[in-house]
Design a protein around this ligand. Structure first.
Ligand SMILES: [Zn+2]
Length: 872
């Protein structure tokens, strides 16, 4: 090439560079800042952006910049599209599929050598998942997301460039319905006396504040969308879930977390969490943002949180709790507002820059969220390669660990009390990315023979610790043995007899909650396995002709079948005792469907759809049975919104029970018996039910509860033949207000009386229960089982009173070891006490289901108590 030509080419190159620089600068200037789109700055006093605005703004950024793309991940419980944005450098955005593939390969481990893993880690990008707004009344996180997106696209500081070039941000709006509802509620009240009033309905259609406690079971559609995207698509190295309830007066809670630590975590994961937390703390104090606190209050032993279930999938999952006042209303604090321990502003290792008070505005909270998010992205950019390789390393270690130490597998036999529920547990494991197999031939494990087709979860797989964490009996650690582990500068506790409660449940073992038989295998598994993607549990109607259709009450799905049959006008009887027919024995409570009403084709459809084995035959003429009808169900819904009500609603819908939500006005108006057969009171205090919100605290239409009139109307409803069903803590209302001849044996021993340690402690735990399957409410239950004790009463009967009589036991705590999973102190106070009971009151009945029979819609093993009670 001649010299002249070279010079011309260079000149052209320079011109092109200048041109592209001008072009880039122009494009940059064209990017709309959020305040221009919204009409107010992100975090401005008295202003909240709605979800629709957030989507509109991100869609606009998508048009204006190649650095951001918007995707839909599914719909919400209320039918809104659930969107997320992907943000990275222009170059990275061109190869998103490749980077996603690298993340997935490293997460799944399989087929990679160490060298290949190192090469992939060198090539890959650190995928960072940040989700906002899961608890919608904690407003700042979702608002900050708009500013974060804009800053990351437009800022050209070296640190932001480093982030853009090395990371891929997955920015997820975790609760769109809630963001919309909260903004709407607040806007209506700004400038009125009710500006900071709580929203009187749940901000997730069914779960409210429990929406982040569903992740290990995936009941909610939002959780499923998140799981699919998290474990099935992106496999990020870091997940950061924003919350907003810092322990006052700290301004933000950051990792490291409080004790106890879940024992089923890879140590690298815990180190990663602490590393990120320390980097965040450094960022806060570098920016002069005082008041970041750690190592206190929030533990992650519960694996069901949205920000803890990823732990077992080698996603370094963290959360923060930024300080919250109310919505977008500012507040000024002086040191006199602080708890006494904090007034001297003593710095400590995990609280080195105590907050001194002053104004706290939504914008301050937004700024703290921005610092948090950017610090996480920064550390992920710096540790990109280490985190990517570490993800592979964690998976690989676990595969190796369970190839040579127990448990080697979990076996879920086909022969189950409730087969479709066992299949459901497996489906949920598959949904999370756990590999499940079926035995090709009969085999022996731990000396027990199992037939071909048995379900097996081998532990030699990268995410095996998740299975261990949710299957095994969890014994909550006795932290009094390790006083130095958990001493903070606040809430100092007496280290000799203090008990450190978990932030949430202490026990959760899913097989026990769901009544599913699952066996841990402690010797190496010798079986030939076929991987499955679905459980494929066939249902069928018995071949022989003639007689009635018989449906077992042992299966939850039988109730769905029953509801469909009743809806179609089918005639159904319920056997009072067990009997033999069609060559099989049928327990008390079996549904007998007269074949003249519904055809074989319809029944075969039910069997197939619901995986039911439907029998044919007739009970002996002497057997007594009573006709059942579709109950008219009322579910009480208070303005003091109850997640337990929401979960109950979810379950009723899943099993196709028609129901109506009744509110205070209807309860006060009366004539309940004319409209309903069964009235369900969810777990809530008697005060919340009777008095509701105090006058002056809420707009008038949401003030008050059912009042004395409502109490009298409920009593009249029962006396006139209705069935009142009270759930868990809601039982206290029924006992007190209907003067039932029963009391709570735990009253007075639950909390410390006059100092000292409480005599009885049981944070949410799985306990052993004895059921009485002869009682119509326990039809279809095994005699021995488990129940979720969660802030529950325990009944003792008193002599019959005029107000109620005939206390009958449905379930009780046996005179035995009660704890299966969790923590229990003071077992003697529970032994031989009643867990669920029924009473007669004139023509009607009261059913007290005094434990979490449907707690968070997780204990599938005890849903039947609620279903039976509805038909009682
Ligand atoms: Zn929260």
């Amino acid at each position: 090439m001649s010299e002249l030509k070279t010079r011309l080419k260079m000149a052209a190159g320079i011109a092109a560079c200048v041109f592209s620089f001008i072009f880039a600068a122009t494009a940059f200037a064209d990017i709309t800042p959020p305040e221009k789109f919204l009409g107010f700055s992100v975090g401005a006093d008295y202003h909240l952006a709605t979800y629709d605005q957030a989507v509109g703004y991100l869609r606009l950024l998508e048009k204006e910049s190649p650095r951001l793309k918007v995707f839909e991940m599914g719909k919400t419980g209320m039918g809104r599209p659930m969107i997320y944005a992907v943000i990275a450098s222009d170059e990275t955005m061109k190869s998103l599929d490749r980077y996603r593939e690298i993340s997935r390969k490293l997460a799944l481990v399989e087929g990679l050598t160490d060298d290949q893993a190192r090469q992939l880690a060198a090539e890959g990008k650190a995928v960072v998942w940040i989700d906002v707004g899961i608890h919608a009344s904690e407003c700042a996180p979702a608002q900050h997301a708009l500013q974060l997106a804009y800053d990351l696209i437009t800022d050209d500081a070296a640190e932001t460039k480093l982030v853009r070039d090395n990371t891929i941000l997955i920015l997820v709006f975790a609760n769109p319905d809630g963001m919309e509802m909260i903004a709407d509620w607040y806007r209506k009240n700004v400038g009125t006396p009710f500006e900071t009033a709580p929203m009187p309905y749940l901000y997730n259609r069914y779960a409210g504040h429990d929406d982040n406690r569903d992740s290990y079971i995936n009941n909610l559609i939002e959780t499923r969308n998140i799981t699919r995207l998290l474990n099935g698509v992106w496999s990020p190295v870091v997940l950061y879930d924003h919350h907003q309830t810092a322990p006052f007066p700290a301004r933000i809670w950051i990792p490291p977390a409080a004790e106890p630590t879940n024992p089923n975590l890879h140590p690298l994961f815990i180190r990663g969490k602490n590393l990120i937390g320390s980097a965040m703390g450094y960022a806060f104090d570098r920016e002069g943002k005082d008041g970041a606190i750690s190592r206190f209050q929030f533990d992650f032993i519960y694996p069901g949180y949205e920000d803890s279930f990823g732990d077992f999938f080698h996603i370094i999952s963290i959360m923060t709790e930024t300080a919250l006042y109310s919505y977008a209303t500012p507040r000024f604090y002086t040191i006199r507002d602080f708890p006494e321990d904090y007034r001297d502003l003593t710095p400590s290792v995990f609280y080195p820059s105590p907050w001194k008070g002053g104004w706290w505005r939504l914008r301050d909270a937004v700024e703290y969220c921005l610092t948090g998010s950017k610090a996480v992205l920064h550390i992920a950019a710096l540790y990109r390669e280490e985190f990517l390789y570490g993800k592979y390393k964690m998976g690989k270690d676990i595969v190796a660990r369970f190839a040579k130490e127990p448990p080697y597998a979990w076996i879920i036999p086909r022969e189950q009390w409730d087969g479709p529920t066992a299949a459901l547990l497996i489906e949920r494991m598959l949904m999370q990315g756990i590999k499940v197999f079926q035995a090709e031939k009969a085999f022996i494990a731990d000396g027990v023979s199992y037939p071909a087709g048995t379900w097996i979860i081998p532990m030699s797989q990268p995410f095996a610790l998740f299975v261990k964490a949710v299957f095994e009996e969890m014994l909550y650690p006795d932290l009094t043995k390790y006083p130095d582990l958990w001493q903070g500068i606040v809430s100092p506790q007496n280290i000799r007899d203090a008990y450190l409660p978990p932030y949430d449940l202490a026990g959760w073992s899913l097989p026990y909650q769901m009544g599913v038989k699952a066996m841990r295998v402690d010797t190496p598994l010798m079986a030939s396995l076929i991987e499955i993607r679905k459980t494929e549990l066939p249902g069928a109607v018995a071949e022989r002709s003639g007689g009635s259709y018989l449906i077992s009450p042992k299966t939850n799905n039988s109730f769905t079948a029953l509801n469909r049959i009743l809806k179609k006008g089918g005639e159904v009887m319920r056997a009072k005792d067990g009997f033999s027919a069609g060559g099989k024995s049928w327990p008390a409570g079996t549904f007998i469907v007269r074949s003249s009403n519904v055809g074989r084709e319809f029944m075969a459809g039910l069997a197939k759809d619901l995986s039911l084995e439907i029998g044919l035959g007739d009970p002996p003429a002497s057997a007594s049975a009573s006709r059942i009808k579709s109950p008219r169900i009322a579910l009480y819904k208070a303005w003091r919104a109850s997640a337990d009500e929401g979960w109950t609603r979810w379950i009723l819908e899943q099993f196709e029970f028609p129901y109506i939500n009744v509110e205070n006005a209807e309860m006060r108006a009366g004539s309940l018996r004319n409209k309903y057969d069964a009235l369900v009171i969810p777990a809530m205090s008697a005060d919340a039910i009777v008095n509701g919100y105090a006058p002056g605290t809420m707009p008038p239409q949401y003030v008050g509860g059912i009042g004395d009139a409502g109490v009298l109307n409920i009593e009249a409803f029962v006396r006139e033949g209705g069935t009142l069903i009270a759930l868990n803590s809601g039982c206290q209302f029924a006992i007190e207000k209907l003067s039932l001849p029963a009391g709570d044996a735990l009253r007075g021993v639950r909390s410390a009386q006059g100092g000292g340690a409480p005599e009885f402690i049981c944070p949410g735990s799985v306990l052993r229960l004895a059921f009485n399957p002869k009682h119509p409410v326990a039809y279809g239950m095994p005699e021995q089982g488990a129940g979720m004790f969660n802030n529950s009463p325990a009944f003792q009967f008193y002599p019959d009173s005029g107000a109620g009589k005939g206390g009958e036991i449905i379930a009780s705590y046996p005179d035995d070891t009660l704890l299966i999973s969790g923590y229990l102190k003071g077992e003697k106070f529970l032994r031989k006490k009643v867990a669920a009971a029924s009473f007669m009151l004139d023509k009607g009945k009261v059913v007290l289901l005094g434990f979490g029979v449907q707690n968070r819609a997780q204990p599938y093993g005890t849903f039947k108590l609620l279903f039976n009670a509805l038909f009682y």
